[in-house]
Design a protein around this ligand. Sequence first.
Ligand SMILES: [Zn+2]
Ligand SMILES: [Zn+2]
Length: 207
Amino acid sequence: MTIIRSRGAAVLLGAASWTAAEYALHRVLMHELRGRGMASVEHLKHHADVTYFSPASKKVASAAATTALAYPTTAALAGRRWAGAFTVGLLSMYFGYEVAHRRIHTQPPRDRYGRWARRNHLHHHFGEPMRNFGVTSPVWDKAFGTYDDPGVVTVPRRMAPVWLLDETGAVNAEFADDYLATGARHAESSQVDPDRLDAFTNVAPAP
Ligand SMILES: [Zn+2]
Ligand SMILES: [Zn+2]
């Protein structure tokens, strides 16, 4: 009990709690609500157009909402010092998740974890939007039975991350075991509405 009551443990528990929050918020608040509420709209807009990320002001608002929920609850249970450390751990991982998610879409992987994180999240985008809700960890998907091994991920070229394709639109050789690319590189304007409809009904985009 003494160890758990330490501030170091509180930071670690806060960080671990983020991974559960990441899963629950992404699954329920963003996908299952299908565009009801700001978090869902913002997230499904990102599914319709993977270059869209919520503005910083909305992220700060959601960090504030997370704090407003986490701090008083933990303070009531374990005191203000412990709750402060827990909230620091929680918000640090929240920030880490934001950075990791942005990098998945914009930067090539640098190690095994980065390679897994990209295949896992791009499978969520382009294969099964109602699977693989965890972005930084597969733990909660495995616990709740929503984990798919991403396998070879098929990516529509119009939505492909910049790091995936070469100038001819072929998958870069180093990623050829992990990804297939389909369709035209530049989206027709007629594709905008179907992509939005698919995103807001949790259907994978047309290839
Ligand atoms: Zn994403
Ligand atoms: Zn999603």
